[in-house]
Design a protein around this ligand. Structure first.
Ligand code: HEC
Ligand code: HEC
Length: 305
């Protein structure tokens, strides 16, 4: 990199940091009451027939609901998981570090269909899993931590938030929103090219060594992408094509003016696959429970073990 482009980048990074600090706080709190209503999404039954419509509900209505306190507690836990549940979280992440915009955004791991689609068959487990087990799966892998008791106040609150977000969509029906965007899984990853893309597109926020960046209170403002404070090798995000599908549509943040965080729209499929291969394969915690994964099922080609 030339000296002048370095200077421009660091100025840019400072500007981004300032705007991101605001964004991170704003998006963590609520959708402003005067925000335009989100477009209606179709609700489909298991045959794909349209049976209704869905709108993302407004947070401003939660407090008036009979279980409003519980829903708001769940919302806080999902936003500030590392800080509020230190005995259950082993890394520096919050649930919403990956489930962006409080789980309300397509292709960014929305929680919109979580309540109505579980229990469901999962090939990694080789059996049906409940929503409680799925959440605890993210605690053990993505959070590199320990599960919550199924009937704990915290687990019930997170599920109450997801139930509220589902807005009464019946079990088996689905809101027409994707959990992950499409990525070409036939592409061969090039980690050397990925390292270069990482330096150009990611390091300004996530750090030269994937270490992320903390605020003055010691909470991550930009989450780490590898090392001891990152998710373990058992996480979905440790797999090249899953990470690539997330990154293509959601990173880098603040690159444009679309979506709540101005993210995505910068990387090609090949870029996303290359940079995903690079950072997912940097050192990260092991996952002892891996011996039980894909026991009777065919492993996906990007499985880590
Ligand atoms: C490192 C990123 C990451 C973090 C952090 C994370 N998750 Fe996830 N989560 C994922 C990915 C990726 C998937 C989809 C995995 C798959 O395809 O099986 C997922 C799936 C889910 C699902 C299933 C959604 C559905 O509709 O099937 C739920 C519910 C969920 N996570 C909740 C949580 C909760 C609660 C936390 C915090 C305790 C959390 N996640 C933390 C990445 C993450
Ligand atoms: C402008 C700052 C910024 C840039 C640039 C950026 N990210 Fe992020 N990234 C974030 C923030 C902030 C989050 C957490 C989202 C949230 O809290 O709403 C995040 C979350 C993530 C996550 C999920 C959480 C985790 O720690 O694993 C991954 C993976 C990720 N980014 C990868 C990338 C990659 C790869 C690039 C480069 C192509 C990139 N990011 C560029 C700010 C950025």
């Amino acid at each position: 990199m030339t000296k002048s482009s370095r200077i421009t980048l660091s100025v840019l990074a400072t500007a981004i940091l300032a705007s991101m600090a605001t964004l991170a706080v704003v998006h963590a709190r609520h959708t402003p009451d005067d925000a335009p209503p989100t477009p209606a999404l179709k609700v489909k039954d298991s045959q794909g027939t349209v049976v209704g419509s869905y709108r993302i509900p407004s947070d401003s209505q939660i407090a008036a609901l009979p279980d409003g306190k519980e829903i708001l507690y769940g919302k806080r836990l999902l936003n500030e998981t590392a800080r509020l549940l230190p005995t259950h979280v082993g890394d520096g992440l919050n649930c919403n570090s990956c489930h962006l915009a409080e789980g309300k955004l397509g292709a960014a791991g929305p929680y919109i269909n979580a309540y109505n689609t579980y229990p469901t068959f999962k090939s990694r487990a080789g059996r049906k899993v409940s929503l409680t087990e799925r959440i605890n799966g993210c605690f053990q892998r993505s959070m590199n931590g320990v599960p919550l008791a199924p009937d704990s106040r915290e687990m019930l609150a997170m599920k109450a938030y997801m139930k509220w977000l589902a807005q009464g969509v019946p079990t088996g029906d689905k809101v027409d929103v994707v959990n992950a965007g499409k990525i070409d899984t036939s592409l061969v990853p090039d980690p050397v090219r990925g390292k270069q893309i990482y330096g150009e597109q990611c390091a300004s926020c996530h750090g030269d060594s994937g270490e992320g960046m903390k605020d003055q209170f010691g909470d991550y403002i930009f989450p780490p992408l590898w090392g001891n404070d990152s998710y373990n090798i058992g996480a979905g995000m440790a797999r090249t094509y899953k990470a690539a599908a997330f990154i293509k549509y959601n990173m880098p943040l603040a690159a444009g003016r679309n979506k709540p965080l101005g993210q995505g729209g910068v990387l090609t499929d090949q870029d996303a696959v290359d940079v995903a291969q690079y950072f997912t394969h940097q050192p990260r915690p092991d996952f002892p429970g891996k011996i039980n994964d894909w026991k009777n099922q065919k492993k996906p080609k990007d499985a880590r073990y």
